[in-house]
Design a protein around this ligand. Structure first.
Ligand code: JFZ
Length: 585
């Protein structure tokens, strides 16, 4: 197929803007700019969406030739270097007779999810929709012989749930011109025939055949050139100007930013436009039969409040089985989240991020005109002291039961009298009616300003690895197991908020007999050696929490991708409990 030049709609301004980091494209001369801006405003209101990873990989479900395969389920072809000819055979067995678009869309709606993103084609190259461009699709290659995306998109439209497609544009292990498959195909490749013969036609198909798309979710950019990405963007915007494009399209040609998976910025983050956190409910995206490592609903509801308070959306994944069933483990979690949102949704949907700096993990804040919502995540006892609000508070009450909450206001200091226990086991929302539309915040407490001592709590970090756990009772992470390639770890994402050399304190506990491992704290960059590394030994603390100052300084710059903590040498001290690290300027 020949690409018409009319698809190259990305203007020069975009090319220039893209040189300066992750700024969204400057929209001025782009004919789709108005539609995009309107769609972004809607997207910003939605806050919570459902991600669905569904494909042939649901058949092996994390096991190949009787052997458990570590890692995310949809990568099994890559991990096991399964030849195309062999992997293709899975299609003959793919028959999801229990699939119901209505059930899936209803589950999303009941969970309070306002949009859905489903894999139309993942890295394995198999199209989960009817495609003229490749026979390797669910209608032509499976006994199911139906297009489930027709039902699903219609079911979402009926319920007012926004619908979007994931599409792996760059990695395609089924094609010689796609990136990733080095076991069937030579390393040197020309992506052009693949792009023109599969990617462009399929992107047209998914944009043309399923009604209005809220967004298209590209993934793992790599080999595509700036010009090729421009073509791709131009094609999307010429067919559906309001269809949003995520940042994994590559070369900064996006409408909104994706964080890494399960990666939440350490503070309020609004400088680079809208962002979204894709996250798993267990340790895989595509279904794995033995992964029952479900996250705690309290953690997920807390993360939803955390993300929304910082300016993002939360895209939570389910991995349906090869029969077309969404696992009960995920359904259960989503029901709980839906029930919480039914009562507390007004503190989430359509809110603005916290105008306050977030000093610890006691609360998160969201805002609506005339209202401030305090999400109490860690119950502080019978008194909550809240500093920084200069607007007069007229009324305070819990969303959970409507009960008025007594308080005293003295300048910018508020003191609330709380019951001894949380009113809601997941997140008790304290609603404040304030004078004026916007909260007035004292200068020292504003978001965007970081204090001289910055606490990075374990709860704010991304937990890396299948064994590591967060314990609410001690507010710490534990089980730092180590494996051949990787150790379980904590990763914090500063998102350019830090720049300089920091002294570091670490707050942790370790039973005496487990002490002695070397721990490592590092500021890491992508695809480059760390900016700085601090190492020390885990001391015996008799199981009590202690705070220790480390020798040396941690350098964190805008180039830092994340700050990591792990035990790289051995996992003798795996049961240590890490509560926080403190960066001191
Ligand atoms: C990608 C896929 O490889 C994976 O299978 C899944 O679909 C996930 C949602 O996206 O994995 C990524 C891609 C990028 C990052 C992390 C995981 N990242 O930038 O941190």
């Amino acid at each position: 197929m020949k690409i018409r030049s009319s698809f190259c709609l990305v203007p020069v301004a975009v090319l220039l803007a893209s040189c300066g980091g992750t700024r969204p494209p400057a929209p001025a001369p782009d004919p789709s700019a108005a539609a995009t801006a309107q769609a972004l405003r809607q997207f910003d209101q939605m806050k919570f969406g459902m991600f669905i990873h569904w494909g042939l990989y649901a058949i092996p479900a994390g096991e190949w030739k009787g052997k458990y395969v570590r890692g995310i389920g949809e990568w099994i072809m890559f991990r096991e270097k399964i030849p195309v000819a062999e992997y293709e055979q899975l299609a003959r067995r793919f028959n999801p007779v229990k699939f119901s678009g209505d059930e899936w869309a209803q589950l999303a709606a009941d969970a309070g999810m306002k949009y859905m993103v489903i894999t139309s084609k993942h890295h394995d190259g198999f199209a989960m929709f009817k495609s003229q461009a490749s026979k390797y699709n669910i209608v032509d290659a499976t006994p199911f012989a139906r297009d489930p995306m027709k039902d699903l998109s219609a079911a979402c439209a009926k319920r007012g749930v926004g619908f979007g497609f994931y599409y792996s544009q760059d990695q395609d292990w089924h094609e010689a011109g796609g990136r990733g498959n080095t076991w069937d195909f030579p390393e040197q490749r020309d992506p052009r025939p693949y792009l023109e013969g599969k990617v462009f036609p399929q992107v047209k198909e998914i944009l043309g055949n399923y009604g209005t798309l809220a967004l298209i979710w590209f993934d793992t950019p790599g080999m595509l050139s700036e010009q090729q990405v421009d073509e791709l963007r131009g094609m999307v915007k010429s067919l559906q100007p309001s269809c949003l494009i995520n940042s994994r399209i590559g070369h900064n040609r996006h409408d909104y930013v994706q964080t890494g998976d399960n990666a939440i910025p350490i503070q309020v983050y609004t400088k680079e436009g809208k962002w979204e956190v894709p996250a798993t409910l267990n340790d895989t995206w595509g279904y794995k039969k033995n992964d029952r490592n479900w996250k705690d609903p309290r953690d997920l509801i807390g993360k939803l409040a955390d993300i929304v308070s910082k300016g993002g959306n939360y895209l939570l994944n389910v991995g349906p089985t090869a029969e077309g069933v969404i696992p009960e483990g995920s359904r259960k979690i989503l029901r709980i989240m839906g029930e919480w949102l039914k009562v507390n949704g007004e503190s989430i949907y359509g809110t603005s991020p916290s105008p306050f700096y977030l000093p610890d993990i006691t609360w998160r804040a969201t805002v609506k005109p005339g209202k401030l919502y305090l999400h109490i995540l860690n119950w502080p006892g019978t008194k909550l002291r809240f500093e920084g609000l200069e607007s007069q508070v007229n009324k305070a009450y819990f969303l959970a039961n409507g009960a008025a909450v007594p308080f005293r206001q003295n300048g910018a200091v508020l003191e609330f009298e709380l019951p001894a226990r949380p009113v809601d086991p997941y997140d008790t929302v304290l609603a404040l009616e304030i004078a004026g539309t916007e909260p007035k915040v004292s200068a020292a407490c504003r978001a965007g300003q970081l204090p001289g001592r910055l606490d990075l709590y374990a709860w704010v970090a991304r937990l890396r690895g299948e064994e590591i756990r967060y314990d609410w009772a001690t507010q710490s992470a534990t089980r730092f197991r180590r494996f051949e390639q990787e150790s379980n770890a904590l990763w914090w994402y500063p998102y350019k908020s830090l720049d300089g050399e920091y002294e570091v304190e670490i707050t942790y506990a370790c039973p005496d007999r487990a002490a002695g491992s070397r721990f490592r704290l590092a500021s890491e960059r992508r695809g480059a050696p760390p900016e700085s590394v601090l190492e020390d030994l885990v001391e015996p603390t008799g199981g009590k929490f202690v705070t220790r100052k480390l020798t040396g300084k941690l350098v964190v710059t805008p180039q830092t991708d994340h700050i990591s903590f792990d035990l790289p040498g051995d996992d003798r001290s795996a049961p240590m409990q890490l509560r926080k690290i403190t960066l001191i300027r």
